[in-house]
Write a protein of this length. Structure first.
Length: 455
């Protein structure tokens, strides 16, 4: 049978209880010692004061009245511990046989018999009086009192132990209550997390007030859930669009091949194979573009290296062989960090697209602006309506003019370009132009100190 592990609340409470016992025990021992010492020191002070005062009184044969209500035991003894005078409460049995030497005339002690324990102070009579009165024989004065119950028994220890137990239990209860209150948002977060499924990512975790770690965790998790929901929605939309785009050519291919099988005498086999090959090539292009787009979203990018974007733009512009002529204008040393193959693909796609839609010319510029390398690709064609300038970057979106000019296109080229540029921490969009379409690419510069111009 597997035991259920202790919860954080139980573990923290247990640790708090153990630490409380240790700390309060140390405090209790110190407090017990301090109380005992204080009580004993108080008795010693009173008894010493009474004993020294009695020494000054004469004669020693009759003890003087006791004015204190606490120290009521007085005895006057000789060197053989014979009681020569005593108070009524002290009796004639020696309180103690402790005889202080001449160099240490005052001593304290505790003497116990089966009946009682006495806390006392013994004072040796000064040598001068001893010599005059008793021919040098030492005499002693004892003053004391019966040991208080708090010192004679274990009452103080029991009270200290009870206090330690109560304080430790209170500390454990406070820890249990505080941890429970602190972890209550965690329990709510756990319960809400259990409700979140892939089918419904719209739920959000409850966010406790404040800026503590739990509140920050809830806010961070909610932001992560929002991004996850957006990614899942995009993935579903992308899968739906991919299914739609592939369904048409697959259905057409299936129909042509089925006709060839069912009606072999009525179908031109060569024409059917040619059409099937064309459809297959289009499907192959779509699948390749889908794989490129998927890698941009999931595969860890390769390390970026410094690239002269101006030189790259000039080379790609010079390499365009078909369509409208391309004029390039770029500054020197437009150094950016990036993947050269991917950036070549972006520029080639933009230039091919511009040449396809241009009437007479395409102009490309690469300049510095605000710490960025800005590349403009402008054609003099019909242009793109403002309402469609963001749509063309969505997967499989193709405008009517694009379908007419490039029937075999996959509709993923611009989506791939924007994905590559985003991976390079840049932007790609369409901005206003006096004529035609104007694609604007911005990438952060690696250096911004030199900007000589050339054409």
């Amino acid at each position: 049978m597997q035991l259920r592990p202790y919860s954080i609340r139980a573990r923290f409470t247990l640790v708090t209880a153990l630490l409380s016992v240790i700390v309060f025990t140390a405090i209790g021992i110190g407090l017990d010692f301090a109380i005992r010492t204080r009580i004993q020191d108080g008795i010693y002070a009173d008894s010493q004061r009474l004993a020294t005062t009695w020494i000054d009184w004469e004669p020693y044969s009759a003890p003087q009245p006791v004015t204190t209500t606490r120290v009521d035991l007085l005895q006057f003894t000789d060197s053989h511990s014979r009681v020569l005078a005593a108070s009524k409460a002290a009796g004639d049995v020696p309180m103690s046989r402790l005889l202080p030497p001449e160099e240490d005339r005052i001593q304290h002690g505790t003497a116990c018999t089966p009946a009682r324990c006495v806390v006392f102070t013994v004072v040796r009579v000064p040598p001068l009086e001893t010599t005059v009165l008793w021919s040098g024989e030492p005499h002693f004065v004892y003053a004391g009192m019966v040991q208080p119950p708090i010192l004679s028994g274990h009452r103080l220890e029991w009270l200290t132990g009870l206090g330690i137990t109560l304080m430790s239990a209170f500390a454990a209860w406070v820890a249990w209550w505080v941890v429970g209150r602190t972890l209550r948002p965690v329990a709510e977060i756990r319960a809400r997390t259990a409700e979140i499924t892939v089918g419904d990512l719209s739920l959000r975790l409850p966010q406790p007030p404040g800026r503590d770690e739990i509140a920050q965790l809830a806010r961070t998790t909610n932001r992560t859930l929002a991004r996850l929901e957006e990614a899942v929605n995009q993935q579903r939309q992308f899968a739906s669009v991919v299914s739609h785009e592939l369904r048409s050519p697959v259905s057409g291919l299936y129909t042509r091949l089925e006709e060839a099988v069912l009606y072999p005498d009525e179908v031109d086999l060569r024409e059917t194979v040619a059409a099937a090959l064309s459809t297959t090539k289009r499907m192959h292009a779509i699948i390749n573009d889908i794989l490129v787009l998927a890698r941009l979203r999931t595969v860890v990018p390769a390390p970026h290296v410094p690239i002269d974007l101006g030189a790259l733009v000039a080379e790609e512009a010079a390499g365009q062989a078909g369509g409208a002529p391309v004029r390039a204008y770029a500054t020197d040393d437009l150094m950016v960090l990036g993947n050269r193959i991917q950036l070549i693909g972006v520029m080639n796609n933009l230039l091919v697209n511009a040449c396809r839609h241009a009437e007479t010319r395409v102009e490309v510029t690469a300049v510095r602006a605000g710490g960025h390398a800005v590349v403009n690709v402008v054609d003099d064609g019909a242009g793109i309506a403002p309402k469609d300038r963001e749509r063309v970057f969505e997967p499989f979106v193709r405008l009517d003019d694009g379908r007419r000019r490039d029937p075999g296109g996959s509709g993923l080229g611009l989506a791939i370009c924007r994905g590559i540029v985003s991976a390079h921490h840049g932007t790609l969009g369409i901005e206003d132009s006096s004529q035609g379409a104007r694609f604007v690419l911005r990438l952060p510069l690696l250096e911004t100190d030199r900007a000589p111009m050339h054409t």
